[in-house]
Design a protein around this ligand. Structure first.
Ligand code: ZN
Length: 316
């Protein structure tokens, strides 16, 4: 397995590459003024967090990292930003499969560093192999379970990454890469952190961020990805709300039916005026009391005076 973020030295760049580099430079640079190298930013192998990018996600990553500048050891100061990716693409390997039997694929990036006094030690550290790994940071929307397909951060999934279910390994499929933050040189072996740094943009995070912006003064602007997620979230809330309402109605019907069986002495009219204002948990508590009464009629009030009274358990 190739380490995520391996640096591969490359030879002199050709005219086509030079043109790609010069899209990003303030003045036209010649090949002599540049130091270029290639990197594998990440691949579709299962990583140390037992998570995997599908090949389709790798194509999104490649698109997002084009033109991005690199930093040293994740310290984003302007002085550190001296290497830039001028070409980024996915390489699929027909003759090789990853550990789960899929065709191996990786994100390749070509980057340049302008040769100068201030960059010579960095170039030297790459040349000598002191810096031979990079790590990348990107935003991922969700991790889907390889066993059940549900979001692993939701209650719908009960599986654990790294365990085997019917012989197959459970791992997270990283889905929905939305942003690429940075790529960074990692000194080896001083830092163990080489690899892919993932930040999960959860719905809570998204809604928090939108609600913060809603509270702030001025107009609110949201991007396409946020818009799509917000619509999806609202639709899901609508679904949950209608399910909740129909469950509440069922509980009201149960309570009304049980009230008659339990002979509580409360008129249906009085009861319905009370239950209509109750929450689901209050209705559930009410129902359980009525169920007990209905099952054991001896618990029901006997005397006429008792019949007219609502027990303390009913007071809300
Ligand atoms: Zn699962």
């Amino acid at each position: 397995m190739i380490n995520s973020g391996e640096i591969i030295k490359k030879g002199n760049i050709d005219r086509e590459e030079l043109a790609l580099v010069n899209r990003y430079t303030r003045r036209e640079l010649s090949a002599d003024e540049l130091y270029c190298f290639s990197m594998i930013l990440c691949d579709n192998e299962i990583d140390r967090d037992i998570e995997q990018f599908s090949t389709a996600e790798l194509y999104k990553i490649a698109e997002l990292f084009e033109g991005k500048t690199g930093i040293f050891d994740h310290e984003p100061s302007a002085a550190n930003q001296c290497a830039r990716i001028y070409r980024c693409y996915v390489r699929e390997d027909d003759g090789r499969v990853n550990s789960i039997g899929e065709k191996y694929a990786c994100v390749m990036a070509d980057a340049y560093i302008p040769r100068s006094e201030s960059t010579s030690s960095l170039i030297e550290s790459i040349e000598s192999g002191i810096r031979k790994e990079v790590s990348i940071g990107c935003a991922v929307q969700r991790t889907l379970c390889s066993v059940c397909g549900n979001d692993m951060h939701s209650f719908d999934c009960v599986h654990k990454k790294g365990r085997r279910y019917d012989g197959s390994l459970c791992f997270g499929r990283l889905s929905g890469v939305t942003d690429a933050y940075e790529w960074s040189f990692v000194a080896v072996p001083a830092q163990r952190g080489a690899g892919v740094v993932k930040e999960f943009k959860t719905e809570v995070g998204l809604l928090d961020s939108i609600s913060k912006r809603l509270k702030a003064a001025g107009d609110l602007t949201i991007n396409e990805a946020e818009k799509a997620e917000l619509v999806e979230y609202i639709e899901r809330l609508k679904g949950l709300s209608s399910e909740g309402e129909s469950y509440r109605r069922e509980l009201i019907d149960d309570v009304t039916r049980l009230n008659a069986l339990a002979e509580s002495g409360m008129s249906t009219k009085l009861l319905s005026s009370i239950v209509e204002r109750m929450t689901i948990s209050e209705l559930k508590a009410f129902k359980s009391v009525f169920e007990k009464r209905a099952a054991c009629p001896q618990l029901a009030p006997k005397s006429d005076s008792e019949r007219g009274r609502v027990s303390d358990e009913y007071i809300i």
